[in-house]
Design a protein around this ligand. Structure first.
Ligand SMILES: NC(=O)c1ccc[n+]([C@@H]2O[C@H](COP(=O)([O-])OP(=O)(O)OC[C@H]3O[C@@H](n4cnc5c(N)ncnc54)[C@H](O)[C@@H]3O)[C@@H](O)[C@H]2O)c1
Length: 272
């Protein structure tokens, strides 16, 4: 399937979009002609300020809706709210995520990074699927290089991002696209210059042997612009089920062949 996708005339919902990468994706999509963008975030003040600024430039195409993606009631209400306003959602970007493996935070982090993403995805599939009267669409799930690398200081974050990747690929498996007309895409950003990367020492798992973390001290962090460029590339060119890496300020690199090859090898071992 050769995907041809443009932001023009699309209604878009992005979670965790008041700041950081989500906000940068929202602005880039409006800049390329998106019809409407719903910015969902737990941070009301930052979200409202951001949306007012967007609306000055982009002619009232953005709305802010408070949504804590760890809360099912918030997800349900905000999804319905966006649908009432836009009538159709063409693109969902499940971007909200936190990095916190501490004893007091890891369960919440799993709800945000993983369960919230699943809930939004399943609601969007139901709404978009062509075989049940929808118009098809695109869902982008944000994983991370932490989903494909082992980090002993962030095992829970790595696990949640690995789950995002495998969930997305499993859901996208044939004949999903033929039945639904929905592309499910996964982006794995590497370390990128946002607040997420600040004060990491206070958010690592409490039993960490510090050697691996210290060995990564000072590794380069890519620009937000590079992650945005990768998002645009996969939105425009990504086939259903594809997985993309955005790291070290390099152009987006498709990882689907490597990951499919590795899974196919393992699957062989599971056959009788
Ligand atoms: N920055 C990186 O290095 C990097 C690398 C790989 C993956 N990612 C992923 O990209 C996504 C965005 O990260 P970022 O760097 O922009 O982070 P960030 O911390 O800069 O921004 C995250 C945004 O999510 C919002 N948020 C937090 N908890 C929320 C909740 N419960 N409900 C709704 N919104 C909530 C925050 O208010 C904020 O606006 C995350 O899923 C993250 O895991 C980031």
């Amino acid at each position: 399937m050769a995907a041809k996708w443009e932001p023009k005339n699309k209604n878009i919902l992005i979670t965790g979009a008041a700041s950081g990468l989500g906000a940068a994706y929202a602005e880039a999509l409006l800049n390329e002609g998106a019809k409407n963008i719903a910015v969902l975030d737990i941070d009301v003040k930052t979200g409202e300020n951001f949306v007012s600024k967007l609306n000055e430039t982009y002619n009232n195409k953005a709305i802010f809706i408070k949504c804590d993606v760890s809360k099912e009631e918030d997800i349900k209400n905000s999804f319905n709210n966006v649908l009432n306003k836009f009538k159709r959602i063409d693109l969902l970007i499940n971007n909200a995520g936190i990095m916190s493996d501490t004893d007091s935070m890891w369960r919440l982090a799993c709800d945000v990074n993983w369960e919230g993403l699943v809930s939004f995805t399943m609601k969007a599939v139901k709404h978009m699927r062509k075989d049940e009267g929808g118009d098809g669409g695109t869902i982008v799930n944000i994983s991370s290089t932490a989903g494909i690398c082992k980090l002993n200081f962030l095992p829970i974050y790595c696990g949640s991002k690995g789950a995002v990747l495998h969930f997305s690929q499993s859901l996208a498996s044939a004949p999903f696209y033929d039945n639904t007309g929905i592309r499910v895409l996964t982006l794995c950003p590497g370390p990128t210059a946002t607040k997420l990367m600040e004060g990491l020492d206070n958010r690592i798992v409490e039993t960490t042997d510090m050697n691996q973390l210290q060995s990564l001290n000072g590794i380069p962090v890519q620009s937000v612009e590079s992650a945005v460029a990768a998002m645009m590339k996969l939105l425009k060119d990504g086939d259903n089920g594809s997985i993309w890496l955005s790291a070290n300020d390099k152009p987006a690199l498709e990882l689907t062949p490597q990951i499919n090859k590795y899974l196919a090898e393992l699957e062989k071992l599971t056959l009788p």
